[in-house]
Design a protein around this ligand. Structure first.
Ligand code: ADP
Ligand code: MG
Length: 315
């Protein structure tokens, strides 16, 4: 077994075998991939970089790193109500390590197969460990951030706070029992892109995004894009059981401001709410949009609620 494959062996042995799905006329190996776009609708594309030491610990399980990298990118497609088709991978590696690459590639290609998306190209370079993925999907009915209006109801697609509460465990700053450790890793490394929900609400919702930076920060993006404000009633927020277990009385704050859960936040006009309720989805109504540019105001049992932070900012 070779222990330090070169650039071309890395591409050939770990990534070129990727299954070639729908629309792939020519995959990995030439100067470009050739992709057949669907005849109608629009292509949706998004890119995310995960840097070791910032988005994941350098010594984390390579398969889990790969899964998270692809899942967070797929979440952007889901938030747009786009079906995943293809992705590319820019991989920067501190050293060529056959075992690390095998685990990373297995995790990546298994996740790709699970979501029906094909790896069609990339770039491989040496440097500090960093993973950039670009995904491309297709949508006939995009869900944008700029369609919301005053009076629309605000929803989240599931409980929040698990990934933010899990982070100290992932970073080794908080010691927990093995079962809680397993749940923390699942919450942090395996977020669930909300494809089914996005599709279900696509004809009813006026706006949507995925919660990557924290509910209040991300809802703030809808407010800015749509020119509205929001009142959020925090007692209606679903707090993840793992956040309760790990963060105790900080759990509500984690749910409101913590990132990395990748649930959807979306808005639905009043006249569509009855139809939405008929769908019997497991969603949570958490607030209402109003006029003006006051941003996101939070309430807890009728009292104004001050948050100490409003989500993750890179700079
Ligand atoms: P070029 O020199 O023409 O840019 P490369 O030698 O970088 O091409 O890559 C050769 C082929 O391998 C291309 O099809 C490229 O998309 C693919 N490739 C390179 N690195 C990766 C990677 N990490 N994952 C998937 N495909 C890759
Ligand atoms: Mg070339």
């Amino acid at each position: 077994m070779g222990t330090a494959p070169g650039e071309f062996e890395i591409i050939r042995d770990y990534f070129a075998s990727a299954a070639q799905g729908e629309g792939v006329v020519l995959g990995i190996g030439d100067d470009c991939a050739l992709l057949q776009a669907p005849a109608s609708g629009q292509l949706a594309t998004s890119m995310d970089t995960l840097v070791a030491g910032r988005h994941f610990p350098e010594d984390a399980d390579p398969a889990a790193i790969a899964a998270r990298a692809l899942r967070v990118n797929l979440s952007d497609l889901a938030a747009m109500n786009a079906r995943p088709l293809w992705f590319t991978l820019a991989l920067t590696l501190p050293r060529s390590d056959a075992q690390w690459l095998r685990q990373f590639a297995d995790g990546l290609l298994q996740t790709a197969a699970q979501f029906g998306v094909s790896l069609v190209g990339g770039d491989t370079t040496a440097g500090p460990l960093s993973i950039t993925l670009q995904v491309i999907g297709h949508t006939e009915m995009p869900l944008r951030r700029d369609g919301a209006s005053p009076g629309d109801h605000v929803y989240i697609s599931g409980p929040l706070g698990a990934a933010a509460a899990a982070l100290p465990v992932i970073l080794g700053e908080q010691r927990v029992d093995p079962e809680t450790q397993r749940q923390a890793e699942a919450a942090y490394f395996f977020p669930e892109p909300q494809f089914a929900l996005a599709s279900a609400i696509s004809e009813l919702a006026s706006s949507a995004l995925d919660i990557s930076d924290g509910l209040l920060a991300d809802l703030g993006h809808i407010c800015v894009s749509s020119g509205v404000s929001a009142d959020v009633y925090l007692e209606q927020l679903a707090v993840a059981p793992l956040a309760q277990a790990l963060a105790g009385k900080e759990a509500l704050e984690r749910a409101a401001t913590g990132g990395d859960d990748y649930q959807l936040c979306f808005t639905v006009p009043q006249q569509q709410v009855a139809k939405l309720n008929k769908l019997d989805l497991e969603i949570f109504a958490i607030g209402i949009l109003t006029e003006g540019d006051a941003g996101v105001r939070c309430w807890h049992n009728g009292n104004p609620w001050q948050v100490s932070s409003t989500g993750y900012k890179h700079f």
